[in-house]
Ligand binder design. Structure first.
Ligand SMILES: NC(=O)c1ccc[n+]([C@@H]2O[C@H](COP(=O)([O-])OP(=O)(O)OC[C@H]3O[C@@H](n4cnc5c(N)ncnc54)[C@H](O)[C@@H]3O)[C@@H](O)[C@H]2O)c1
Ligand SMILES: CC(C)[C@H](C(=O)O)[C@@H](O)C(=O)O
Ligand SMILES: [Mg+2]
Length: 370
C-alpha cells in the first residue's frame, strides 16, 4: 500500500507563492499520474505570517511542520517588513523552522544543465559538466551564537555583536553527512574554514580531519580557507566534489555556486535532520534564492529551483527516485527546447513566464511518461 505523503507547504513572500504554485502543480501531477497520494497542507511563514498572525512563524504552523513528513518553502522577506525589529523579521520564521526541526545539514547542489552552459557569466569551458554539492551547517555558528545584539556604549557609540561558536558534535554530525554523500559521488571532500584567524575554524578543521581519519579514510579530504574556496569556485569549479562548511560561509559560497548554474533561480536545497530508527527524518526543501521583490507579482520568476527542491524531497524524504529522475529529465528537456525565464534567457530562445515554464515542465513530464 502506498502511504500518504504529508507535506506542509509554506509559500512565504514575494515570488515565493508564484514558484511554489508551479511545484504544487507537479505534486498534483505525481499524485494523479503516478498514483502516489499526497496530503498537502498550507500555512504562512515570513511576512505573510506577520500579516496574518503578527509573528513570522505561528506556533500552530511550527507544530504542523513538526508533524509533516516534509516541508516545502518558497521564500521569505521583502521591503514591507525590513524596518521591523530583528526578532520579528520574516527571516526569523525560516531560522526558527531550521533550528526547531534541527535541520543541521543543508544540501545545496550546483549542477550545470548542459543546455544552460551559456547562461552562466563564466566561460562555458569553466562550468561545463559542473556537479558539486555544498553541505552547509545550518543550525549553529554565527547565525545562532550567543552573545548577540546591539548595545549602547558609554561614549554614545553602538556596538553590534555576533558570536561564532561550534561544538565537536555539531561539526561531526554535518561532517558525517558530507563524507557519506562523497562516498556516493566522487569520494572527495573539501572543508572550508578560516582556521588561520578563528579558533572555531581551527576546531572545525581538527574535528573534520579526526572524523575522516577515524571513520572515512577511504574519502579524500582537503582543507581550504573559505576565501580561497570562493576564488577557486570561479577559477576551476570542477575540481570540487563535496564542499562542507559552516553556516555563514555556506550561505555565501552557495550563492556564488548558484551563479555557475546560470541563475539563483536554478538552485534547489534540502535541509535535513537526523535519520530516525524508522528511516524517516525531519526535512525542509526550498530554493536557495530569496523573495526577489524586484520581480515579485509579475509572473517572471524562474520556478525551476523550487521544482528541483521538490525533486530533492522525493529523493530524500520519500525514496521516490524514479519520479525525482523524471522531474530532472523534464527540466533538462524544457531547457534543451529553448524555453527560458528571463534570468536564464539567451539570444534565440523563447522568454516565458513562470506559469508557462510550469506548463512546459508538466507537458514534458506527460511526454516522458507516455
Ligand atoms: N530562503 C529565503 O527565503 C531567502 C533567501 C535569500 C534571501 N531572502 C530574502 O529575500 C529578500 C530579497 O533578498 P535578495 O534580493 O538579496 O535576494 P533574492 O534571491 O531574493 O534576489 C537576488 C536577485 O536574484 C533574482 N532572483 C532570485 N530568485 C529568482 C528566480 N527564481 N527567478 C528569477 N530571478 C530570481 C532577483 O530578481 C534578484 O535580482 C530579502 O528579504 C532576503 O532576506 C530569503
Ligand atoms: C533568508 C536568510 C535567513 C537565509 C540565510 O541566510 O540562511 C538565506 O540567505 C538562505 O540562503 O537560505
Ligand atoms: Mg543565502
Amino acid at each position: 500500500m502506498t502511504t500518504m505523503k504529508r507535506v506542509l507547504v509554506l509559500a512565504g513572500d514575494g515570488i515565493g507563492p508564484e514558484v511554489v504554485r508551479e511545484a504544487l502543480r507537479v505534486i498534483d501531477w505525481i499524485d494523479r499520474r503516478r498514483h502516489v497520494p499526497f496530503d498537502v497542507q498550507q500555512g504562512e511563514v515570513g511576512g505573510a505570517a506577520i500579516d496574518a498572525h503578527g509573528t513570522p512563524l505561528a506556533d500552530a504552523t511550527m507544530a504542523l511542520a513538526q508533524e509533516a513528513d516534509a516541508v516545502l518553502l518558497g521564500a521569505v522577506g521583502g521591503p514591507k517588513w525590513d524596518a521591523l525589529p530583528f526578532a520579528q523579521r520574516p527571516e526569523r520564521g525560516l531560522l526558527r523552522l531550521r533550528k526547531e526541526l534541527q535541520l543541521y545539514a543543508n544540501l545545496r547542489p550546483a549542477t550545470v544543465f548542459a543546455p544552460l552552459v551559456d547562461a552562466s557569466t563564466l566561460k562555458p569551458e569553466i562550468v561545463r559538466g559542473l556537479d558539486l554539492m555544498i553541505v552547509r551547517e545550518l543550525t549553529g555558528g554565527i547565525y545562532f551564537g550567543e552573545p548577540r545584539g546591539i548595545e549602547l556604549l558609554p561614549d554614545g557609540q553602538r556596538r553590534g555583536i555576533n558570536t561564532q561558536v561550534y561544538t565537536t558534535s555539531e561539526i561531526h554530525r554535518v561532517g558525517r553527512v558530507a563524507f557519506d554523500l562523497a562516498r556516493k559521488r566522487g569520494s572527495k571532500v573539501c572543508s572550508a574554514d578560516k582556521a588561520n584567524v578563528m579558533e572555531s575554524g581551527r576546531l572545525w578543521r581538527e574535528e573534520i580531519q579526526k572524523l575522516r581519519d577515524e571513520s572515512y579514510s577511504d574519502v579524500e579530504l582537503e582543507h581550504m580557507y573559505a576565501d580561497a574556496v570562493a576564488m577557486e569556485l570561479l577559477r576551476r569549479p570542477n575540481r570540487f566534489d563535496v564542499i562542507v562548511t559552516d553556516n555563514l560561509f555556506g550561505d555565501i559560497l552557495s550563492d556564488e555556486a548558484a551563479m555557475m548554474t546560470g541563475s539563483l533561480g536554478m538552485l534547489p536545497s534540502a535541509s535535513l535532520g537526523d535519520q530516525r530508527a524508522d528511516g524517516g527524518r525531519k526535512a525542509l526543501y526550498e530554493p536557495v534564492h530569496g523573495s526577489a521583490p524586484d520581480i515579485a507579482g509579475k509572473d517572471l520568476a524562474n520556478p525551476i529551483a523550487t521544482i528541483l527542491s521538490l525533486s530533492m524531497m522525493l529523493r530524500w524524504s520519500f525514496d521516490m527516485h524514479t519520479e525525482a529522475d523524471l522531474i530532472e529529465q523534464a527540466v533538462e528537456g524544457v531547457l534543451a527546447s529553448g524555453t527560458r525565464t528571463g534570468d536564464i534567457m539567451a539570444p534565440g530562445m523563447a522568454r516565458v513566464s513562470t506559469t508557462v515554464m510550469g506548463d512546459s515542465i508538466l507537458h514534458e513530464l506527460d511526454k516522458l511518461s507516455a
